[in-house]
Design a protein. Structure first.
Length: 528
């Protein structure tokens, strides 16, 4: 025990020193504009550190900027072929599993065929005749994990300070959620239970395959599941880098339609966000298998993405994106739904004041009242700025090549002049969705897959949840709404006074009199 404690202290000290050196060298390269070298340095060093550092990389690797600038030819190995360490897997099984249950495993290969951030995977055979995988938690993972998470937190805070300039993100919340998700990933009992939950939910699905988990053989250190063969998405990405068309390869090797498989994966993931308490939260290339008969399989269930609490807002994004792909070029409405999901406090506040002003507005000659919709007006304003910045009112190509959020962040919201504070509620479901979309993009199938996914999901969810469009937001008072708008306008006025003036004129706060940076309180509004 004493020797083990000394070893752990030495490992922690070594990792702390390596992260300190990495941070120093990364700052040096960034200050000199050598970002390509900086990304290579960070990624290569984190692969060397292994464990949670690789998990950190997996969350950002397929981001196009990182993928372009990380030049290591073996970078895709982080998804399923990490380095292994010698373990006595037979001894571990005998220690962990009662002999009466262990007899269900009739054969085990003692050399791992795959390795992940926290576990090594061995091939075995169940007495029912099926091939199974035996996933074993690496030694000392839990002992080092909390220390490593603290180091990553320090690195992220200091490094990200200069990376995210155009949007205010609750970084503390993001770090907290990454920490919680990562700690859960070493809880093999919980992972096994979640895998079994998904198996039961999809066991009769014609095209989505979830491996069966044998709960009697699972422990806090071991998971036993059916083995899925097929072609890994990692292998397809490697082939594409070599000039091979992934769709042709899948058709030749499996007789399957890659687009149909990716559409199934996308539809069921998004549909599950409405119909299940949680979905597979990490559909990265190493966790996807393409099978015969147009089937697609998922493995590794260490990360579960909880269904969004605001399902109406999540559906709004899907529905608006679907309409953009079909016929409508209403990016303003899409922005409105993004704001509803990401900046819900401001969205609710603007809606509340809109409703309040409509109730106070005199009826028109036709007997109807005004139709102020401040979130919609803000969305239209964003669309006009985009049109002016890009020199065109046809923004469909912006959507098709996936640049919309990037363009908003760098052209419309430069310097975060809109003062939007993004809250990362439901970030796990968003991360899962983004990981899936980036996989499709990396395989070169975006134009044929993504429009189909959004269109079909919007239709399916509206059929299965007919009240989804009328989901109501949590009520707030007019005082709370004005306080939120005050804070927002203060941020805008400080960043861009000209934009502040345009906003005040555009959203027409008829019953609110603004000073240079704030809206007057409710008592003055009511008496205006």
């Amino acid at each position: 025990m004493a020797t083990k404690a000394v070893t752990l202290r030495a490992l922690k000290r070594q990792r702390t020193m390596r992260l300190a050196r990495l941070l120093s060298r990364a700052f040096y390269l960034r200050q000199r504009g050598r970002k390509s070298e900086m990304y290579n340095l960070i990624c290569d060093e984190m692969v060397e550190l292994g464990g949670v550092y690789v998990k950190f990389l997996q969350g950002v690797l397929l981001n196009s900027k990182v993928m372009r600038q990380w030049s290591n030819p073996n970078r895709l190995k982080i998804f399923e072929n990490l380095d292994t360490e010698p373990l006595d897997v037979i001894g571990i099984l005998r220690t962990e599993i009662p002999a009466s249950e262990l007899q269900d495993i009739v054969q085990v290969q003692q050399t791992p065929f795959a390795a992940g951030s926290f576990g090594q995977v061995y091939l075995g055979q169940h007495r029912n005749g099926k091939s199974v995988i035996i996933k074993v938690l690496r030694p000392q993972v839990r002992e080092l994990l909390r220390h490593d998470l603290r180091l990553i937190s320090i690195f992220t805070r200091r490094f990200s300070a200069g990376e995210y300039k155009n949007i205010s993100v609750k970084l503390d919340q993001a770090i907290k959620e990454f920490r919680e998700v990562t700690l859960r990933e070493t809880d093999y009992k919980a992972e096994a239970a979640f895998a079994r939950e998904l198996f039961e939910a999809y066991r009769d699905h014609p095209h989505l395959v979830i491996p069966e988990t044998y709960m009697n053989l699972c422990t806090s250190h071991i998971i036993v599941q059916d083995y899925l063969d097929g072609i890994s998405a990692v292998d397809l990405l490697k082939l594409r880098e070599q000039g091979v068309d992934p769709a042709h390869y899948v058709a030749e090797q499996l007789g399957s339609n890659l687009d149909a498989q990716l559409i199934t994966l996308g539809i069921e993931s998004l549909r599950g966000a409405f119909n299940l308490p949680r979905i597979q939260g990490d559909p990265h290339p190493g966790n996807i298998r393409f099978l015969r008969g147009d089937k697609v399989g998922m493995i590794d269930f260490g990360i579960a993405a909880e269904s969004p609490t605001n399902k109406g807002a999540f559906f709004g994004i899907i529905d608006q994106w679907s309409q953009l792909y079909q016929k409508d070029n209403d990016i303003g409405s899409l922005f409105e739904q993004f704001m509803r999901f990401f900046v819900n406090d401001l969205y609710k506040a603007l809606r509340k004041v809109s409703t309040y002003q409509q109730s106070r507005a005199p009826a028109s000659a036709s007997g109807s009242q005004g139709s102020s919709n401040f979130p919609r007006e803000l969305g239209r304003m964003v669309e006009e700025i985009l049109q002016n910045a890009l020199g065109t009112n046809d923004l469909r190509s912006t959507l098709e090549d996936g640049r919309m959020i990037h363009i908003f962040n760098n052209l419309v919201n430069n310097g975060n002049r809109f003062g939007l504070v993004v809250r990362l509620e439901s970030s796990e479901i968003l991360r899962a969705s983004q990981t899936y979309m980036t996989l499709v993009e990396a395989l070169g199938r975006r134009k044929t897959v993504i429009p189909q996914v959004f269109t079909q999901v919007a239709r399916i969810i509206e059929t299965e949840h007919p009240d989804i469009r009328t989901d109501t937001e949590e009520a707030i008072s007019i005082t709370q709404a004005l306080e939120t708008i005050n804070s927002w306008l203060e941020r805008v006025a400080m960043r861009d006074p000209a934009l502040f003036d345009k906003l005040i004129r555009r959203i027409k706060l008829n019953n609110t009199k603004a000073t240079a940076s704030v809206v007057q309180p409710e008592s003055e509004v009511i008496n205006a």
